[in-house]
Every structure is written in structure tokens, then in C-alpha cells.
Design a protein around this ligand. Sequence first.
Ligand code: PBG
Length: 324
Amino acid sequence: MAFPHTRLRRLRQSGVLRDLVRETELRASQLVYPLFVEHGLDRRTPIESMPGVDRLSINHAVEEAAEAAGLGVPAVLLFGIPAAKDDEGSGAWDDEGVVQLATRAIKEALPDLLVITDVCLCEYTTHGHCGRLRDDGSVDNDSSLELLARTAVSQARAGADVVAPSDMMDGRVGALRAELDAEGLADTPILSYSAKFASAFYGPFREAADSTPAFGDRRAYQMDPANAREAVREALLDVEEGADMVMVKPALPYLDVVRAVREATLVPVCAYNVSGEYAMVKAAAAAGYLDERAGVLEALTGIRRAGADVIVTYHAKDVARWLR
Ligand code: PBG
């Protein structure tokens, strides 16, 4: 006489049954595709650690954006590599800066595609830190806020649909909101990188954006990977300051944080499947160690299952193609 066990396998017998009872859905309409834009004419510069991702001159950025849009990806996230850097990162708020030019070009060609712009100074500063430096080399929180707010206003004026601060200064969401409102940009939403951890998984991005700190690291402003409760505090504070959406970054090593933030807030939660997560899968797939398509779909489904409404991922075009 067999032990009377429950038969969960009954609902796994066929594809139709499995489809019927699937709990989590992954759709192209939930994806954001990051683009690295640089100056220059008709240029594509491959990023060695991120096969399939290039730095793009503006005409190629428009081309990539159009391809993504054609596949059903609703949004791009722009990062800029400026022609020149300085101490304060003035390229970030230059109305003719590379992100501003790319935003205008993409919105002109593809008015329905959402353009989200990264608001940070690290790509624009000679020292590679995300805010203004004091003489002792530490990042000065409060005097950085004005520069970040200026950047967001300049990007929104260029046509950005959403601005996304990733610098991790305290109070930046409130500062951005106040400045946007004062400049007649009250309808521009803020997607805050609320819980951005000081992560080794940003390595390939820093090669791509040329934003490795010239000295030190980012642990005095980005979060300690060990802290989940603090991540919830960050998200709650950002919502209080006016964030319309919050983000957890990276995604895969922080799925518990995605879940905690999902449960603690009522705003849409975004997770950033970062450059190092992308590089790991691409390297393993290239070596023949795993199946890229199955691996990526599983990872992104896991991020959705953890509670993310939106996923920023360099796999966006591929995923949209696979889901067709
Ligand atoms: C800028 C910024 C970083 C990333 C997004 N915005 C890098 C960093 O903080 O060093 C990382 C994105 C990725 O790794 O894909 N502050």
C-alpha cells in the first residue's frame, strides 16, 4: 500500500496545463533596454566584456532604439560618454550634451518610445565619483544635489520621459522633484535607484561608460550588500520625497530585497539586471556551459517572481524576440 501523497504532478502533465496555471508572466512590455551613447559620427564601439552591447554614436542609438521598439520593448535607458570630463561633471547638465542630443534624436524618430535618462555624475567627472568632491576626496552630499537637479532638468527639457537618479546621494529625489516642478516639468516622473548596492557586478558597465572611480570606491554612498532592511528604508524615503517608481540594483543577488521593497511600497518596483549579470551569462553561454535563451528567460522570470514590475536588462531585444 503506497503512502497517500498529494499529486502535484497532475498539473504538470502537458504544456497547455502548465500554461494555464503559470503564476508569473514575463512580457516584452515590462523591459527597459539600456544604451550607451557617445559622440562621433556613425560609430559603434564594442564593449569587450559585454558581447552584443556597443557604445553607440547618436545615429546608431536611434537605430538600436528603433529595433527594440519594433520588437515591443517600450523604453530605453540612456547613459552618456561625454567628449570631455571635468571636476564637477558639467557635461551632465550641458543642454548640448550627448544624452540630451540622443534624447532629442530618439524622441524625434520614435515619439512613442519612452526615453529614460540616467541622472548621475560619474560618467562626467574626471575623478569618476557620483557627486562633487571635497578637498579631502570625500563626496559632498548636499552640494551635489544642485548639480544632479540641474542634470535632470536639462534631460527633461531635451525630452526625457522619465529621469532616473543613480548617484545615491541622500535627498536627491526631493531635490530633483522640487527643481523639476519649479521649471515647469511637474509631469516628468522620477524613477529612483533607491537601493543601489556597492556591487562588483558593475564591472563591465564601468568599462563601457568609462566611469571607474580614479581613487577609492563607492561604499560611502552606495549600499552595503549585507543590508536589506536599510534598502527598504531607502525606498520608503524616496517615495516620501516623491519617487514615482523605485529600483533595486543589481537584481539577481538581491531578489529578497526586490521582494521586501515590493511588499513595503505601493509604487512600481524596477530591478536592474546589471552588466556583470549579463556578462556572466554571455561568458558561460559562449563557453557552452549553459543554454543562453533558457538561462536568461529563467533569470528574468525569477526577477519578476520576486516582485519586480519592470526589468532593466541588456538582454531586452533578445528576450522580446524569444517571447514573440
Ligand atoms: C552610474 C551607474 C552605474 C550603473 C548604472 N548607473 C555604475 C556604478 O555605479 O558604478 C551600473 C549598471 C550596470 O552595471 O549595468 N552611477
